[in-house]
Design a protein around this ligand. Structure first.
Ligand SMILES: [Fe+2]
Ligand SMILES: [Fe+2]
Length: 205
């Protein structure tokens, strides 16, 4: 596993993170299990490719991808404490890890990794449920998370094909796919995910 990221080193300009890419990888690796770390590296690889195709800052895409699931394995207690301490919307307390690891995770990333670039933090906040106002960087991370090479689901080849052809269509496809899954499994839908659907699925198709 170690060799995988040592072989590749994107040069960081230390504007958004105070260390090198390998140093960031090490911190991320310490925060999550092995399987998730492999997913994260897959997301970074896809994000760098998508960034190149869509005129997005490759360094920001790399950093946002590497940290997007940084807080995924934190406890409910930790997320609730951060919501209180940072005076985030108290409605968040009613939700779960699926929502917290992005929206609240961004605060943990800022505190622990000292990454404060608002575009990078917003891409983390928006990577699970999207947003009405997704930037190109937000879309790159949202889509890379869905199509990275380790993902296995029936439509994944189709999703990958669209991802590298048309980023907005990929956002629409992924949003619809996720909502369909949540509906069929009788799971709750975070209101922002519905707003994302109205903006990116209804408007694009
Ligand atoms: Fe995630
Ligand atoms: Fe992820």
């Amino acid at each position: 596993m170690k060799g995988d990221y040592m072989m590749f080193d994107l040069k960081y300009h230390k504007k958004y993170f105070a260390g090198s890419r390998v140093e960031l990888c090490t911190k991320v690796q310490q925060s999550v299990g092995e399987k998730r770390y492999r997913h994260i590296l897959g997301v970074e690889k896809a994000a760098i490719e998508l960034a190149g195709k869509n005129a997005v800052d490759v360094e920001k895409a790399s950093i946002a991808a590497l940290v997007h699931d940084y807080a995924k394995e934190r406890s409910a207690e930790e997320f609730k404490k951060v919501i209180d301490r940072k005076h985030l919307d108290p409605d968040l307390l009613k939700w779960n890890n699926f929502i917290w690891h992005g929206v609240v995770g961004a605060e943990i990333i800022e505190d622990e990794l000292k990454i404060s670039d608002p575009e990078i933090l917003n891409a983390v906040r928006r990577h699970t449920v999207g947003s009405v106002k997704m930037t190109q960087l937000d879309k790159v991370i949202y889509v890379a998370d869905f199509v990275e090479e380790g993902r296995v689901f029936p439509d994944v080849d189709f999703a990958r094909t669209i991802a590298f052809k048309n980023l907005d269509q990929a956002v629409a496809f992924e949003t619809k796919h996720t909502l369909q899954y949540l509906l069929s499994a009788n799971k709750t839908i975070y209101p922002t995910a519905i707003e994302t659907y109205n903006r990116w699925v209804v408007a694009v198709n």
